[in-house]
Design a protein around this ligand. Structure first.
Ligand code: URA
Length: 259
């Protein structure tokens, strides 16, 4: 589909949405996103340019957002700040690229910013963030010492809904570039949205929690998202088992990772 076709569809949907709701709904408020022409790569139609990041396995098929596997964190953050690749840009107060140390032992991947994160431009700073910090501290991890925390999408989805596939796909080059720049020794996926999108998998946390998966040579463990644990504390025991699996893995990679 061409960029022009997408703009026409966007305008039609906006007009329909405005006439149904009688006002500009959050999904269509603000400027129109920057659409790109689809291109054909190996007979498969994908959005964006033909350049792809040099990371492999579960990798992005979307255009690279002006990034390469050599991009530095500050360049990635700049590109995220400028991004209009999907409609989520329209209502953001701040982008939330991520935070933590620049050479983390662990990359934590969440879902997307909530209200407080959108206000502050930092990931996991609301009540779920406080629980996440406690979960990490229990296994010797923290964003100040040895972790970087990022999300599948870098802008807040309206009313904290799950990111849509096209939003996650549009944002994917940033996550791939973050992984390439940060070179974490291990990844912790917080919740189904994280693991499903990282691996483009149908299976979520219920099936995959506590297993050691492989993302291009980087071991990945999944556990419950802290927001889910706040809603259903009965899963905290299983989440703790997952964290123990993760800790054993981290110790096998470096016995003094938490020193
Ligand atoms: N939930 C997430 O998945 N990410 C955040 O940054 C905050 C809450």
């Amino acid at each position: 589909m061409t960029k022009d076709d997408k703009q026409i569809i966007y305008k039609l949907l906006k007009t329909a949405s405005d006439s149904i709701y009688g006002y500009s709904s959050p999904d269509f408020a603000g400027e129109m996103p920057e659409f790109q022409d689809d291109i054909l790569v190996s007979g498969e139609q994908v959005a964006g340019s033909s350049e792809q990041l040099a990371v492999s396995g579960g990798q992005s098929v979307a255009g690279n957002g002006g990034l390469s596997s050599e991009s530095t964190l500050s360049h990635i953050n700049k590109k995220i700040a400028e991004c209009k690749r999907c409609a989520l840009c329209a209502n953001r107060r701040n982008v939330v690229p991520g935070m933590g140390v620049e050479n983390p032992f662990v990359l934590v991947i969440g879902e997307g910013p909530g209200e407080e994160e959108d206000k502050q431009g930092k990931p996991f700073v609301g009540s779920a963030g406080q629980l996440l910090d406690k979960m990490l501290a229990a296994i010797g991890l923290s964003r100040e010492k040895n972790c970087y925390i990022a999300n599948i999408v870098k802008c807040r989805p309206p009313a904290n809904r799950n990111p849509m596939n096209e939003e996650a796909d549009a944002c994917r080059p940033f996550l791939d570039a973050q992984i390439a720049a940060l070179k974490p020794r291990a990844i912790l996926c917080a919740g189904s949205v994280a693991v499903k999108n990282l691996f483009h998998s149908e299976d979520g946390v219920m099936k995959l929690h506590g297993q050691i998966l492989d993302f291009n040579g980087i071991p990945v463990v999944t556990t419950w998202h802290p927001s889910a644990l706040l809603r259903a504390p009965e899963n905290k025991r299983t989440a703790w088992e997952d964290l123990k699996v993760f800790r054993t893995l981290l110790l096998s990679l470096s016995p003094d990772y938490d020193k």
